[in-house]
Design a protein around this ligand. Sequence first.
Ligand SMILES: C[C@H](NC(=O)[C@@H](N)CCCCN)C(=O)O
Length: 411
Amino acid sequence: MTPAQYNLLYAIYAWTNAVVVILAGFLIDKLGNRFGVFVFSLMTVLGSSVFALGSHFKGSPYLLPMMLTGRLLFGSGNGSLTIVQNRITAFWFRGKELALAFGLTLSFSRLGSVLNFFFTQQFEAKFGMQWTLWGGTLLCVLGFVSALTVSVLDKVGMKQLGLDGVIQQESKKVRIQDIQRLPLRYWLLVLTIMFFYNGVFPFVADASKFIQDKYSGYSQQAAAYIAGAVYDSSLVLSAAAGILIDYVGLRGVFAVGCAALTLPVFALLAFTFVPPLVSTIWLGITYSFAAASMWPSIPLVVPQATLGTAMGLATSVQMVGVGLSNLVVGHVLGTKSSELKIPLWRWQQMMIFMLANTVACIVASVSLNIVDKKQGATLNGTRKGAALERGDGSPAEAAPLLRGETGNGGS
Ligand SMILES: C[C@H](NC(=O)[C@@H](N)CCCCN)C(=O)O
C-alpha cells in the first residue's frame, strides 16, 4: 500500500464521520437511544470485519476497496456511537456528576489509545497482521455486547422512572428544522470547541515529527512518547477535571481559562527550546479541563429531545474544522515525504496557526460567557450557590429535559 492509499484510510474515516454524525444525531433523537446503540455498534463490528477480511486480499485489486469500505462503515458507526453515548450520559447524569461522567468516558477512550500504542505492535510482531486485525474485530464485538447491556439498563431505568412513553412522544415531534431553534449559546460553544480542537488534534498528529526535527537527541520512539504525553495526561486527569467542574460549575470560565493557558504552549514550541515534554504535559492539562467543561455544557443549553442532533452537529463542525486545519498544516509544512527534515521556519508558521486558532477560541468563549451571563448563567452557575439559593440542595443545572420546558435553554 502506498502512503497516499494509507492516508486515504484515515481520511475516509474522518470525512464520513463528519457527514454521518449529523444524520445519526437526528435519527437517535427520532428513533431513540436503543436504536442508535444497536445499529451503530453493529456497524463498527461489520466495518472492522470487512477491514480485517480485506487484509486477506493482499496483492489483489480488492485490498483497497475492501479496506476503504471497512473504514467507511467503522467510521460511520464509531462516530455515531459517540453521539448516542453522550446522549445517554447526559440523560442519566444531568444535574448530577455530568462532567465526571464525560471525563470518565474520555479517560476510557484515551486508555484505549494508550493500550493500542503499547500493545498492538507487539501483538502484530507475534501473531501477524491478519490476526491483529481480527483481534480488533473481537474488541468491537465486546463493544457491541456492552452496548446491548447499556441499552437494557437504559430501558429498565426509563421504565422505573415512568419516562419511556413521554420520551417517545417527544421523539416523534423532533424535526430537522429544530436546528434553527438551537440557541446562540450552543453555537458559541460549537465555535469554542472547534477552535480549541483545531489546535490540539493537528498538533498531536504532527508532534512526534516536530520534536525530532526541532530538538536534538530524540529518537523516533522517544519523540512519540513525548507527543503521547498530551493524551496520557488526559487519561489521568479527565475524571478529576470532571469532579472539580461538577463541584464549582464555572464551565464558561474554565473554557476561557483553558484557551488562554494554551497560548503559552504553542508560544514555547514556536519561539523557544524549552524541552517539549513541558509543553505536551501542559497541553494535556488544558485539554483535559477544556474537554470536561466544553462538551458537557452542550446538554445544559439544549433540550434532551434534540440533544442527539445538537451533539451530532457539534461533532461535525469540530471534525470539519480539524480536517481543514490538517489541510492548512499540511500546506504550511509543505512536504509529502515523512523522511525529509522540515525547516524550522515552517514549523514556526504551523505553531503561529495554532496560536491563531487559540486566540479565536478565546474570542468565542468570552462571547459565550457574555451571552450566558445575560441568559441566567446556566453554564457559570456554581452548584453550591444554586443549591443555597433554592435552599433545597437539588441539582444546580436547571436543564431542559424535554423541549420547551425552559424559556432560555430550549429556544
Ligand atoms: C471528547 C472529544 N471527542 C471528540 O473530539 C470526538 N468528536 C472525536 C474523537 C476522535 C479521537 N481521535 C475528545 O476526544 O477530546
